[in-house]
Design a protein around this ligand. Structure first.
Ligand code: HXC
Length: 258
């Protein structure tokens, strides 16, 4: 598959997707969104791939939706196209795990894209923000919802109302990112984490992802019931039989992914 605005490489069982529009700090124009939809669909459909990493450049993960593309677009077109609905739902429908590895700016749609990942690994240079208010608008692809769920109301309000940036240390304290690594090591570290996930039994990885996502979307009792049922389903897999036998026999498990 060929892409115009992203680079895609396979590192054994890990797909590395790199946003590649440096002249616009990886601003998300229509072509980037098309390329991302295709790359995530290809990753999800490829049985040899078991984890993905999405990254940008040293200066910017992504500086937001493409302001130049939006500037003259009439309001009716935003509404009639249901702007950003199709691609966000497609990227978020990825069933296998993926990590956002963020260095530099992750602003507006860039921050929202990072928050669609299962988790974020930040370089010490990362800066997160929802500055849409300064453009006379507001987050439009999940920022007000995912940021609030991740960091709570006080910080989300602060970020959205002032448009200020949060550095990596603050983002880690606020639980927006799971860990911080030196910028020079970002991609290597993210690939290492992804390789560890890729080495897990695949169905268990997919179910663990689904379970944590359900916690964001439902009440506690419904979430606990869904967790129990998904756990019970996993006990029927060959990898469960192998995993528990391997523990008892004090050897590493050999996974079939089913
Ligand atoms: C289009 C962008 C862009 C963007 C940067 N560029 N961000 N182009 N859309 N979001 C372009 C600049 O125009 C410039 O190109 C080039 O990238 C380098 O950017 P500079 O501004 O010269 O770099 P710098 O001075 O280092 O400042 C970096 C920055 C700044 C602080 C990140 O670029 C910035 O504030 N960008 C906008 C951030 C933002 O507001 N994001 C939210 C977008 S709205 P040229 O060719 O001009 O030199 C959004 C809404 C989502 O995401 C939901 C809507 C429904």
């Amino acid at each position: 598959m060929s892409y115009e605005t992203i680079l895609v490489e396979q590192h054994d069982a890990v797909t590395l997707i790199t946003l590649n529009r440096p002249q616009a700090l990886n601003a998300l124009n229509g072509q980037v969104l098309k390329d991302l939809i295709a790359a995530f669909a290809a990753y999800d459909a490829d049985p040899s791939q078991r984890c993905a990493v999405l990254t940008g450049s040293e200066k910017a993960f992504a500086a937001g939706a493409d302001i130049k593309e939006m500037a003259d677009k009439p309001a009716a077109d935003f509404f009639l196209d249901d702007f950003f609905s199709e691609w966000t739902s497609k990227v978020c429908a990825t069933r296998k795990p993926w990590i956002a590895a963020v260095a530099g700016f992750a602003l507006g749609g860039g921050c929202e894209l990072a928050m669609m990942a299962d988790f974020i690994i930040a370089a010490d240079t990362a800066k997160f923000g929802q500055p849409e208010i300064k453009l006379g608008v507001a987050p439009g692809m999940g920022g007000s919802q995912r940021l609030t769920r991740a960091v709570g109301k006080a910080k989300a309000m602060d970020m959205c109302l002032t448009g200020r940036m949060m550095d990596a240390a603050e983002a880690e304290r606020a639980s927006l990112v799971s860990r911080i690594v030196p910028a020079a090591d970002l991609v290597a570290e993210a690939l290492k984490v992804a390789a560890a996930i890729a080495a897990m039994p695949m169905m268990a990885a997919m179910v663990n992802k689904e379970m944590v996502n359900i916690a964001f979307e439902t009440g506690l009792n419904q979430g606990l019931l869904t967790e129990r049922r998904l756990f019970q389903i996993l006990t029927a897999t060959e990898d469960k039989t192998e995993g528990m036998a391997a523990f008892v026999e004090k050897r590493p498990g050999v996974w079939k992914g089913r």
